[in-house]
Design a protein around this ligand. Structure first.
Ligand SMILES: [Zn+2]
Length: 82
């Protein structure tokens, strides 16, 4: 018997990069997993790494997941289940 349960929520844009996973553990702990925004090819990522090391990275790493009414109800049901 698994000691954790999952709920996968798909974004309304259907991008796999925007799928969010909720995990509920037997001890009552919940985790929320999400894909970080991809940053392009090697040189773009290298440039971002250099900026990060120098403390000059000023743009946040945020994406978004657009929730449908069904998604919202699934999340509420998942979080309120005993
Ligand atoms: Zn999306």
């Amino acid at each position: 018997m698994p000691d954790e349960e999952y709920l996968y929520v798909e974004c309304q844009c259907h991008s796999m990069d925007h799928v969010v996973r909720f995990t509920r553990f037997d001890d009552g702990e919940y985790w929320l997993h999400m894909q970080m925004t991809p940053w392009g090819g090697f040189f773009r990522r290298l440039w971002r790494a250099i900026k990060y090391v120098c403390g000059k990275l000023d743009d946040p790493h945020w994406g978004e997941t657009i929730l449908s009414p069904e998604n919202r109800q699934q999340i509420v049901d998942f979080l309120n289940r005993d």
